[in-house]
Structures are given as structure tokens and as C-alpha cells.
Write a protein that binds this ligand. Structure first.
Ligand SMILES: Nc1nc2c(c(=O)[nH]1)N[C@H]1C(S)=C(S)[C@@H](COP(=O)(O)O)O[C@H]1N2
Ligand SMILES: [Mo]
Length: 240
């Protein structure tokens, strides 16, 4: 399985060159600057987004995951200042603290994680609140048809149809690999969409808005499929 070429959900092979292409000329400046300005995290973020030389593969890569961020630095949040806002076409908009999310029933989903860039981490457990439970609590209005996700990095966004969002393997995740999600991996709270490519799993989740149609997310505005379903055996589509 691991030696098969990874294809984008629309069938096109995806590689670092695709990212380079969509990032365009602005990426060249980004590659050099953050390292000089200091901060290993910034350097990793920049390199992992723009490197086409294979250098990324030589960087520390604990557990097989790569660190991705479309911005150079992201504020740290924890139980003292984290907030998740649910609004849009709902009867009961609500802002959750981390403690409130932790107090809700937790679901553990174990699935293979696949990035369109070609790396994968098999059998990765994520634990958190079913997105469907939060939607039920908010009371989605009849005009609601899709969900838009926003992030406290101030840049990334994602989307799902309401039907996709209500699947039992779509989580507002608090734990990854049975530990609280680290800042690098999008903590304290990230989305986890198990049956889709990992770009759908927005890190640093801060907003869930019910909309009347799908609003394409950050990468989707740059050519990625809105429906990010994994293919064939990788999808292991056993959840309703
Ligand atoms: N906020 C935010 N979420 C994001 C991204 C990002 O750059 N910013 N990258 C996406 C992509 S393409 C992947 S593969 C995964 C990477 O998650 P990781 O950094 O925890 O490995 O996060 C997804 N969610
Ligand atoms: Mo990705």
C-alpha cells in the first residue's frame, strides 16, 4: 500500500511541485526569512510548505507526521484562553471552553492518516467530541446545508457538507495518539475527518459556522477537491 502513488481526490497525482505551483513566487521569500528571524517552528513551517528538494525528509519527523502550517507562526492557546464558537444558521449559537469540550462524551476513532503529499501514518487514534453532537446541541436550522471551519492561525479554513459533518467518524478532536493534541499538530483542538485526506482536518480550530452552501476552504480555493474522500482500501468506510 505504502508504495502506491498518492493521488488527489480528483485523481491527479499530488506532489510538492503542486504546492509550489499554487504558492507561487511569494514562497521563495518565505523559505529564507523565518529561519533568520529565529524560531525552529517557523523554519519548519516554511520549509515544509515550500521545499521541493527533499530536505523536508531529513528534518525531524516524529511518528511519521509532518508539520504543516500555511502561516509562519500561530498563537499558543490552552484552557485559559481557548474558545470554539459555533454559529451561523443555528438556533442556539454557543462558545465552548476547553473544559466544556472535555466534559462532553468522547469518541475514539482509529484510522489511517494520509496527506496528499505522499506520507501516511497508519492506525492513528484521535479522540474528541463528535461534530454531529455539537451540531445537534446548536440546533441547525432548515436552511443549513454545509459547515465552514475557521482557525486561530487566522488563515486556514475548511468545509464539509452537513451530511459529511454528521458522520460518526468526524470529530472535534482533543487527543491524537492518545495524548492531548500538541500545538504543532493543531492543539488544543483540531478537526479530524477520518474518511478524507488530512488537509480536511483543520488544525487550531476556532470557529464552526453553519452555512446554506459549501464555502471552499484554503486549499480548495487553490485547486484541491472539496470532497476529499480517501480512495479504495484507504477509506475503510465503516462508519455511518
Ligand atoms: N490550520 C491549518 N490546518 C491544517 C493545515 C494548515 O496548514 N493549517 N494543513 C493541513 C494539511 S495539508 C495536513 S496534511 C494536516 C497536517 O497535520 P499535521 O501538521 O498535524 O501533521 O493538517 C491540515 N490542517
Ligand atoms: Mo496535507
Amino acid at each position: 500500500m505504502a508504495d502506491q502513488p498518492i493521488r488527489r481526490a480528483d485523481g491527479a497525482p499530488v506532489g510538492r511541485r503542486t504546492l509550489l505551483g499554487v504558492l507561487g513566487a511569494g514562497a521563495a521569500g518565505l523559505a529564507a526569512a523565518p529561519y533568520l528571524q529565529g524560531g525552529w517552528e517557523k523554519f519548519l513551517a516554511a520549509v515544509s510548505q515550500v521545499d521541493s528538494t527533499g530536505l523536508t525528509g531529513l528534518l525531524p519527523n516524529p511518528g511519521g507526521f509532518r508539520y504543516y502550517s500555511v502561516v509562519g507562526s500561530v498563537p499558543h492557546k490552552d484552557e485559559t484562553n481557548y474558545q470554539l464558537k459555533i454559529g451561523g444558521l443555528v438556533d442556539r449559537p454557543k462558545t465552548y471552553s476547553l473544559a466544556e469540550l472535555r466534559a462532553l462524551p468522547q469518541t475514539r476513532v482509529v484510522h489511517d492518516v494520509l496527506c496528499t503529499d505522499g506520507w501516511r501514518v497508519d492506525d492513528t487514534p484521535f479522540t474528541g467530541v463528535k461534530l454531529g453532537d455539537l451540531l445537534d446541541a446548536a440546533g441547525v436550522r432548515s436552511e443549513g446545508a454545509a459547515v465552514r471551519f475557521t482557525c486561530f492561525d487566522g488563515a486556514y479554513s475548511e468545509s464539509l457538507t452537513l451530511e459529511q459533518a454528521r458522520r460518526s467518524d468526524v470529530l472535534v478532536a482533543l487527543n491524537m495518539q492518545d495524548k492531548p493534541i500538541t500545538h504543532e499538530h493543531g492543539g488544543p483542538v483540531r478537526l479530524y475527518v477520518a474518511p478524507m485526506y488530512f488537509y480536511k482536518s483543520a488544525k487550531w480550530l476556532s470557529g464552526i459556522e453553519i452555512t446554506d452552501k459549501v464555502v471552499p476552504g484554503f486549499w480548495e480555493e487553490r485547486g484541491y477537491a472539496v470532497d476529499g474522500w480517501l480512495d479504495g482500501a484507504d477509506r475503510r468506510d465503516d462508519a455511518a
